[in-house]
Design a protein around this ligand. Structure first.
Ligand SMILES: NC(=O)c1ccc[n+]([C@@H]2O[C@H](COP(=O)([O-])OP(=O)(O)OC[C@H]3O[C@@H](n4cnc5c(N)ncnc54)[C@H](OP(=O)(O)O)[C@@H]3O)[C@@H](O)[C@H]2O)c1
Length: 291
């Protein structure tokens, strides 16, 4: 089997590349800003280039992780970010649809308003932010144009990554440098270990599943509790973690406070599948090489 990961240099994409290689898949991937010799240069805003790349790679499955996931940037620059996130994603979807290539898209618990999480697949989306609206627009485009695709909603993905952008890396780096880090106490989610998300993605692809699946970690916790667990696992003092209410952060985009995702559907589909607890995954990260 051959896969093309559009957005292979990112957090989710790089774990898909590793997971696919371990499973014996032939993996091809793209990046735009981070030039890596083994990746194909692709800007998904360029429709003819997207069409040419997808046609020449002809994967059995296309994983679409490419996005600008900066929630506040989406809020402040909706038109500009829509060109990447909505038009760019639509170019990739059109190229896959034209060749009937199964596609897996990555969405978020930010499609919900955070009044009653954690959420199931059938719950009604109601995004609070432009980022959430962009995600929902693509979900709806897929439902209309390519119902045979898979939409994976996930949340608070963490793991080693080259740029160290994710919450886990940022907290760890701050604590290792003895820097204070303000962390909200009222943003709840179900933190998701990146290798678990990658594994579930391949299980769904291999099963030729369709529709929406929630893939997330098993525990609902606040960002602050997650940060405390990171400090504990890496034996770092917790006094640099400064609790704060989300409202005091004055972020451009509203956050869904009672977020998180329930994963009964994927567990019913794959009865043996279980995502790692935060403590177990942090132990794994603590004992593996940083990239
Ligand atoms: N991380 C989370 O906690 C989380 C939670 C829920 C949903 N998601 C969703 O999961 C997906 C992946 O997230 P992530 O955390 O892996 O993001 P990420 O680390 O920021 O990676 C984004 C990827 O998109 C690529 N990209 C950006 N603009 C592009 C363009 N114009 N054309 C082609 N490629 C472009 C980037 O390439 P370069 O590296 O070359 O710039 C990178 O490979 C996103 O859709 C995100 O919304 C993530």
């Amino acid at each position: 089997m051959k896969a093309l990961v559009v957005g292979a240099s990112g957090l989710v994409g790089s774990h898909l590349m590793q997971s696919g290689q371990k499973r014996g898949w032939q993996m091809a991937g793209t990046s735009i800003g981070h030039k890596q010799e083994d990746l194909i240069a692709l800007d998904m805003r360029d429709a003819p280039q997207v069409e040419k790349t997808v046609r020449s790679e002809r994967p059995d499955v296309l994983f679409l992780t490419a996005f600008n996931p900066n929630v506040d940037e989406c809020e402040l620059h909706p038109q500009e970010t829509r060109i990447t996130n909505v038009e760019g994603n639509a170019h990739v979807i059109a190229a896959a649809t034209a060749l009937a290539i199964p596609l897996i898209y990555y969405s978020s618990d930010y499609v919900f308003d955070g009044s009653a999480g954690p959420y199931r697949e059938a719950d009604t989306p109601h995004p609070l932010s432009e980022y959430g609206r962009q995600k929902l627009d693509i979900e709806r485009l897929l439902a209309e144009k390519f119902p045979a695709s898979i939409i994976i909603r996930t949340t608070t993905v963490y793991g080693w990554e080259d740029l160290g952008k994710n919450f886990f890396c940022q907290v760890l780096h701050a604590l290792e440098r003895d820097e204070d880090r303000v962390v909200p106490t009222d943003q709840m989610s179900t933190p998701t270990f990146a290798p678990d998300l990658a594994e579930a993605s391949f299980l769904l692809a291999e099963r030729k599943a369709t529709g929406i699946y929630h893939v997330a970690g098993p525990e609902l916790m606040s960002r602050f509790v997650f940060a405390e667990a990171i400090a504990k696992a890496f034996d770092l003092p917790q006094d640099h973690l400064k609790p704060i209410a989300t409202s005091a952060l004055k972020q451009a985009a509203k956050r869904p406070l009672k977020g998180g995702l329930l994963c009964e559907k994927i567990r019913q589909t794959f009865p043996g599948w279980q995502s790692h607890s935060v403590a177990d995954s942090l132990r794994i990260l603590q004992s593996t090489d940083r990239r």
